[in-house]
Design a protein around this ligand. Sequence first.
Ligand code: GLU
Length: 578
Amino acid sequence: MIRFLLSASALASILTVTACGQPAVVEAPVADTPDQSQTRPAMVAAANPLAVEAGLAALRAGGDAVDAAIAVQSVLGLVEPQSSGLGGGAFMLYFDAQTGELTAYDGRETAPASASPELFLDENGEPLSFYDAVFSGHSVGAPGAVAMLALAHGDHGELDWADGFDAAIELAEEGFAVSPRLQSFIAGMAPRSPIDEWPASRAYFYLEDGSPLPVGYQLSNPAYADSARAIAADWHNLYSGPLAEAIVDAVQAEPRPGGLTTSDLAGYQALRREAICRPYRQWTVCGMPPPASGGVTVNEILGLIEPYDMAATGPETVEGWRRFIEASRLAYADRDAYIADPDFVTVPAEGLLADVYITARSNLVTGTMATPHVTAGTPAGIGAPGLDATPDSPGTSHFVIVDNDGDVVSMTTTVESVFGSHRMAGGFFLNNQLTDFSRIPVDADGQAIPNAPQAGKRPRSSMSPTIVFDAEGNFVLATGSPGGSSIIAYTAKTLVGMLDWGLTPQQAIDLPNVVAHGDIVRVEDGMPTDVLAGLQGLGFTLDANRGEISGIHIVRRLEDGSLIGGADPRREGVALQP
Ligand code: GLU
């Protein structure tokens, strides 16, 4: 178990509570006892203003952060359907300011009972192409976001569960304006998508003359309103009954029908897990444990740069970015090799974050020239298993909510690729999350790949909802992003930006993204030319001046108790107070 390595006085006892025979809830360092007589400032930062407004309305009504999360998610599923929704999955960190308890909620999709390691092999035993796999019924896992929110609501909700769907139902019935970003994905979906085979998806997004909906089009979705109403009445209505049957019909349709059944849906279980927390300088950084790779990998990146004086080598320096790049490459190599669903394979999460391993690996960051090639290490003497090279593509949304009691939600939520599998049921898109599994069961050397599909297994994720605490266990900030496996780099950048480089949340978001996953380093447009030239001079192979589609949302508490937020200009979000 990863423990909070704080001073004895600051460290609360680590209490594990087994729930449903599953992992666990862990107490974060206990914060100063909050003053019950005063409400604290609240904030919602999310990818769409309508969703932010729904979250703020829940807070104004006296809701908890988790009540606001239900409202934000149900609206995002309608107005930002390319990223997340009722047919997708999610991970959420929840910090209860009163008890100091931090809970990691796992709403990751699961593979159906019929799934095997050969899920994405064709009739000849060859892996399907990525897009053939995405658009097949095989890619759809049992959705987990709704069950996860219901679990968290049972633990922390203060408003009625049904209230969380009011805003979404109203918008679905009255219509909402198609945003420029949504429009760009609608216009871009036809060439690659089998949308013509999906009358529901096609009718929803295209006018009768065949043209895609324009920006500002007032789009209503009565089917979504009906689904939201059914789920509001009882969240189980997503998992059994007419809605579940509609999901299964869509999954089992041609081309390449998938094996998801109503019993797979009925058997879905959201989980409470133990957050991954590790000290970083005077802070404690907590993230999502496996099957998400975010908590381990973000903390490994930070651990690898911790011995170095990052504050002295700021974002305008070659040396600052060299360290960030080398640490990212090393941590990503470990992530690719080892992280998968811990309920199916042994994941050496503790070994990867153990001081002895981190210290040895951080020595590899010492050099002056670029390391030519980086491979996985051997944490706690465990040899690397089969090499996984699972691609993923960017759907997904991240939001942060701080409520008036100081409770915090940091949640990343996804249908995986843009519009998921492009299959629709009940007015929402079904995920293609199972393509986050390796499409091949063994690597070129014949070694089994831990992240291969299996019945009931959760595919590895890169999602990295993160919460940072100070030495006394008080909430400092929450961050996270969409972006496929680049989520880890985007999130780590914001942490280095704020904690080491003294940037505001917005400045940290605005820094160019640098994604060092493998031997090619992607550098976003906006990096100073002398830094680019310097990195090239050190021998890095750069893919420079490219676009990056992070969608980072942050809320940070300042020393005077006020909140400051940031929203990623690469998307359409805002950070607002009630
Ligand atoms: N499916 C990815 C994951 O869970 C996220 C995809 C994305 O951010 O676009 O890691």
